[in-house]
Design a protein around this ligand. Structure first.
Ligand code: GTP
Ligand code: MG
Length: 138
């Protein structure tokens, strides 16, 4: 089994969509083995998204991620990274397949409701950014 880091972003927590998004994960066979609601600072969001620091939208992205609470979570399952990204849908909701989280809930390419790790190496780093080993209860 594999683990991935998921974030329910501020646009979604503001609209009270945490439960509906979690249902999508669980219906896809992903198990939520750790979860907490936190308020990030722009600096903490900036460290998390450091790979994007040269992109033109970086400042906007960091401010958005700190604009309201987020729910950070670890999802576990067979091929969890790919499965989660499939359930999330394309980054831009206009391109997201029907039934995906972003097709149903995302507001724009920036305010797109969820984050998911993109590879095993990034998943490990991203999980460790928010959780200690004792908090992962598989
Ligand atoms: P994440 O799971 O959040 O990493 O999304 P992703 O892997 O589908 O997209 P990517 O890593 O390329 O971009 C990271 C995040 O930056 C996206 O999820 C968006 O929130 C934001 N983002 C990407 N492109 C744009 C853009 O053109 N404008 C704005 N404002 N934000 C963007
Ligand atoms: Mg990404």
């Amino acid at each position: 089994v594999e683990r991935t880091l998921s974030i329910i972003k501020p646009d979604a927590t503001r609209r009270n969509l945490t439960g509906r998004i979690n249902a999508k994960f669980e219906e896809a066979g992903l198990r939520i083995i750790a979860q907490k609601r936190i308020q990030m600072t722009p600096a903490q969001a900036g460290t998390f998204y450091a790979v994007h620091k040269e992109r033109p939208f970086y400042g906007e992205l960091c401010d958005f991620m700190a604009s309201a609470p987020v729910v950070v979570q670890v999802l576990e399952g067979e091929s969890a990274i790919a499965k989660n990204r499939e359930v999330m849908g394309a980054t831009n909701p206009a391109d997201a397949a029907a039934g995906t989280i972003r097709a149903e809930f995302a507001e724009s390419v920036g305010e797109n409701s969820v984050h998911g790790s993109d590879a095993p190496e990034t998943a490990a780093v991203e999980i460790a950014y928010f959780f200690s080993g004792l908090e992962l209860v598989g």
